[in-house]
Design a protein around this ligand. Structure first.
Ligand code: ADP
Ligand code: TRP
Length: 377
């Protein structure tokens, strides 16, 4: 029913998607600078008008979303749902978020906040299936089954795990280690073909593909090998250290999507740049300016080259003022919608429950097939 390898990269398409491309589906780019990804062929762009294919992704409810999460994940979810040839499932990855410390009250509020954010950002329950990970217990079941074919060594190589263990001072729990297996279960259970994520998740996608292949080799063709779908704003950098990724765990460098216009002006004004005067995209020599250009391009859908032209002759101060203005205007609609959905929490709950019913139907069928081929049913 779903096309599994239709997303071939034609030369025409590749030109449009060059690192400086922009707009519409052209927003999705092959990270050409990363030869490893090219070689593995696990990252792809999508050619329009192919058969309907299934898209799934998730975000953890672990606090306020920043502009990196917004551009690297959420806005792409919305864009994908707008394309008629995708069947989209988006989930609040609440189980994954339990790997970090929390209180039950905080967790409940964070989950509801992210559900509200999904809707405020434009995810539409008529076009996307929206659900909470923990409400579909089949995902946890498949997690266990997949963990029996996952090697200790391959999990030990996961950079996100190593990174988290080195930064997290306490509560080094075993779920931090097995985290990518649950993610693989989330993806494989729904016959997902395309997973829109930021660059940091690509290694987990690669493991997911390996597990699908290993399972299929042993038990017969059951799982689809999914592809990661990357965007132009695949790596938004920290405002106070543009050589590091913007991350919730380093809040000092984050521009949060619910920051007020005043805070946005203040943060962008203080963003670390260089001592040069030229507004030009150069990740190595001018990481701060390049990062602001990336953010602007992601929010306005303008090509970076166009933004460079528009900013020609501006001082850094004026450029930052213009950037802050553009960013806060671009987030205005989101902020208003978030406020409105905030008053309709019962409706938010109902929307997710309806999505969970739909997701459960797919999950139930698939887990039975898995159990059957393994010999449990
Ligand atoms: P964080 O690293 O801030 O804790 P998460 O791990 O919760 O963020 O990521 C949620 C989604 O946002 C993922 O798809 C991830 O790839 C994407 N993402 C996170 N940080 C960035 C960033 N700085 N730039 C682009 N995308 C990002
Ligand atoms: N691990 C992802 C993150 O940290 C969240 C996630 C959980 C996810 N399950 C997923 C993303 C399945 C894509 C597909 O951001």
């Amino acid at each position: 029913m779903y096309a599994s390898s239709q997303y071939l990269l034609s030369p025409r398409h590749r030109d449009k998607n060059s690192a400086r491309g922009g707009g519409h589906l052209m927003n999705f780019v092959m990270p050409e600078k990363n030869p490893y990804l090219m070689m593995e062929g696990i990252v792809d762009t999508i050619e329009g008008n192919c058969m309907k294919y299934r898209v799934l992704s998730g975000i953890q409810p672990t606090g306020r979303l920043h502009i990196g999460n917004y551009l690297g994940a959420l806005t792409n979810f919305v864009q994908l749902q707008e394309e008629a040839n995708h069947e989209c499932l988006f989930m609040v990855a609440d189980l994954h978020s339990l790997t970090q410390s929390y209180t039950p009250e905080e967790k409940r509020a964070e989950i509801m906040d992210l559900m509200t954010t999904f809707l405020a950002a434009g995810l539409d329950p008529l076009r996307s299936t929206l659900f909470r990970q923990s409400r579909i217990s089949e995902q946890s079941e498949l997690y266990w089954l997949l963990s029996t074919i996952t090697y200790f060594g391959e999990l030990s190589r996961m950079t996100q795990y190593k990174d988290k263990v080195s930064r997290q001072e306490e509560n080094i729990n075993s779920a931090l280690f097995t985290y990518p297996v649950l993610m693989a279960a989330d993806i494989l259970l729904y016959d997902t073909e395309v997973v829109p994520v930021g660059e940091d998740q690509v290694q987990h996608l690669e493991l997911t593909r390996d597990l699908a292949r290993r399972f299929n080799n042993r038990f017969g063709q059951l799982f689809i090998e999914p592809k990661a779908l990357m965007t132009q704003a695949t790596r938004v950098m920290s405002l106070d250290d543009p050589t590091r990724k913007m991350s919730k765990s380093l809040p000092g460098g984050c521009l949060f999507i619910d920051d007020t216009p005043e805070i946005i002006h203040d943060k962008v004004g203080k963003a670390v740049t260089d001592s040069d005067r030229e507004i030009r995209y150069d990740e190595e020599k001018k990481p701060g300016i390049s990062n602001l250009l990336t953010i602007l391009s992601g929010l306005t859908q303008k090509e970076i080259i166009t933004l460079e032209k528009e900013a020609a002759g501006m001082s850094y101060g004026d450029f930052k003022k213009m950037a802050a203005e553009t960013i806060s205007n671009a987030l205005l609609l989101y902020r208003e919608a978030k406020g409105e959905w905030g008053h309709k929490q019962k409706q938010v709950e109902e929307i997710f429950q309806a999505g969970e019913e739909k997701a459960r139907k797919i999950a139930d069928k698939k887990i039975r097939e898995v159990k059957r081929v393994i010999g449990l049913l």
